[in-house]
Design a protein around this ligand. Sequence first.
Ligand SMILES: NC(=O)c1ccc[n+]([C@@H]2O[C@H](COP(=O)([O-])OP(=O)(O)OC[C@H]3O[C@@H](n4cnc5c(N)ncnc54)[C@H](O)[C@@H]3O)[C@@H](O)[C@H]2O)c1
Length: 412
Amino acid sequence: MKSIEKITVVGSGIMGAGIAASIFKYGFEVKLFDTDMEKLEKACSEIKQKARRKMDPEKIKISRTMEDAVKDADLIIEAIFEDLDVKCELFNKLGEIAPEETIFASNTSSLSISSMAKASGRPDRFVGLHFFNPTVIMRLVEIIIPQSLNKENLKKVGEFILNIKKVGVKCKESPGFVVNRILLPVINESFYMAEELIRNTIREELKLGQLNSESWKKILELINDIDSAILKEEILLMGPFDLVDLTGIDTIYHVAKVIYEGFNKSSRYTPCPLLKQYMDNKLLGRKVERGMYWYGNKSNDPDINPCLDEKHQPIKRIDNPGFKAIKFIAAVVNEAFRVIEEGIVEDFNDIELSMELGARWLKSPFLLAKETGLDLILKTLKNRYEESGNNPRYEPSKLFNALTPELEKFFV
Ligand SMILES: NC(=O)c1ccc[n+]([C@@H]2O[C@H](COP(=O)([O-])OP(=O)(O)OC[C@H]3O[C@@H](n4cnc5c(N)ncnc54)[C@H](O)[C@@H]3O)[C@@H](O)[C@H]2O)c1
């Protein structure tokens, strides 16, 4: 018998509905609860309709009261608004009404798991389960382990994740967990690199709101050059600026700030002023038809709504980009080493799985390191560190800088 068989999902928005569908799909009993009854009913009927396998429709139900939703749950997964006070209040109530043995999980992208664990009154039975969107498709789940979690409960949660055919990567509670922790500094660095190139290219002061069309044309050429270089190396499915437009610049800026603040405003993670300028000028990406590139409409599908240039012609990628991808690779590999050095994950493979399955990278950080060569990457970082007057963004991680011969063998 499985130790987790009955699951309650609180919140039936994008993530809650996706999580419930992913669990229902494998024959578990799921109850959904939301304060918005209309959303709740819609989510449940859509899950039943879209289920590919022949599922017993009785296995997914909605509850009209929280008491009914949680009364016999083995595991409660919370996916409500991203607000710590609201989540703590919810967990405080759940702690009072849920059965003693029920394990609690939050799907938060950025908030403190320990604070919620404390509010729930059951810190030994509280874990972070960070699913990715679209949940039915994305296989990665970051299992965030607060210090207070009991090992037996961690084991039960790990087994449950396997039972719903997802891949769980265990990580210590830390800003951005694993995927966003690597992705965001790398995106941020892409903005810094673009800013550097733009400053060297256009003569006017770099204030996006005041640029003339000729300057915009040049900016577009430069960001396309960076995206083209990353695409040519087949590192990501799309260029970093394509990805930013798809995700939404406001979301990117928010997560960049979470990491910056999570590391006590360390200058290593200061969000790039250019990123903030796009945000302040409301150039938010595909959802407003204008971000780093232009778009014909608000569709989020790059195949039917391609990136356009300033004349609204489809962007042509550059065959021989001037931008050297090694700068990007150095940022990726260095941040990945930091995550290992800080003990956030157990081993190198956790990083590879996280970036392949959670961010859909074509080449994971340590595969890139292997292909590119550690010496070249370290040399690039050291040069950048020196040229920038010891900017901490380029400081090689201690682990990388002093790689032991045993570890080096891993990269041969
Ligand atoms: N959207 C993503 O790509 C993504 C990815 C990973 C994690 N997350 C995290 O998942 C959580 C949910 O995000 P989302 O995008 O699904 O949000 P959403 O706005 O689509 O859905 C939130 C739902 O929670 C309900 N709700 C709010 N307060 C409630 C309460 N007290 N009790 C019950 N229901 C309540 C709302 O009615 C709404 O249906 C957030 O913590 C977010 O950070 C989001």
